[in-house]
Design a protein around this ligand. Sequence first.
Ligand code: ATP
Length: 255
Amino acid sequence: MTGTPPPRIAFREVTKSFGPKEVLRGVTLDIPVGESMVIIGGSGTGKSVALKTVLGIIPHDGGTIEIDGVAVGRTRRDDFLSRFGMLFQGGALFDSLPVWQNVAFRLRQGRDRLSKSDARDLAIEKLRRVGLKADVADLFPAELSGGMQKRVGLARAIAAEPEIIFFDEPTTGLDPIMSGVINELIREIVVEMGATAMTITHDMSSVRAIADKVAMLHDGKIRWTGPVDQIETSGDPYMDQFLHGRAEGPIEAVR
Ligand SMILES: Nc1ncnc2c1ncn2[C@@H]1O[C@H](COP(=O)(O)OP(=O)(O)OP(=O)(O)O)[C@@H](O)[C@H]1O
């Protein structure tokens, strides 16, 4: 039987509480293969929790999360994690390791690990891809600007050529121009790799640059989802309030 392939990532009625606090209250969302989905929503709405449930860093309580039709948690953890790349908020580089070892970190682990010199060559190739020169390879993260650290984080996220990449607030701490540069780079790389991307952000410039589709998380559920070119005309008062940064509207401003 032939049919449409399952979505690369599928959330079905996913729930998660911390004690009495219900954070995810039935999240349903599909991210098809090769699509870039950006999840927006106010602070504390559970965007990071949703991302961490896919990776299994936070176990969900109810519902299912599937990758290519297979429930998260059913495959070997190493095989599973090797399919993902991740750009963490703030870069999350290892301060004690030089840049190239940060980029090549995963390539030096596990059964198929690369030799030191192959890993270094590959790290330099990936650094070039994100606009950094080879001489950055031997510097330590503390010697780099915030924008350069983001580039190194991006080089690390793509080093193992993952099928799925997560971007957690990719422009936090950057000025608007550097944010624009990083957004463009993310978009270019995701398209070039054909990767499926899930990004969480508050930054509307990231949304416009990176997204094919947008999902708005509010009150533990996906309030609205649609193509990025429809966000202005969604007709959803929650989306409108968020997009225009209004204090007045259905979203409570006092939290
Ligand atoms: N490990 C945890 N233990 C207890 N509560 C948690 C944990 N992780 C997250 N939470 C709670 O879940 C809620 C959602 O947090 P989350 O970090 O997902 O929000 P967010 O939408 O990513 O916010 P922001 O945009 O500010 O980063 C918050 O109230 C937070 O306190």
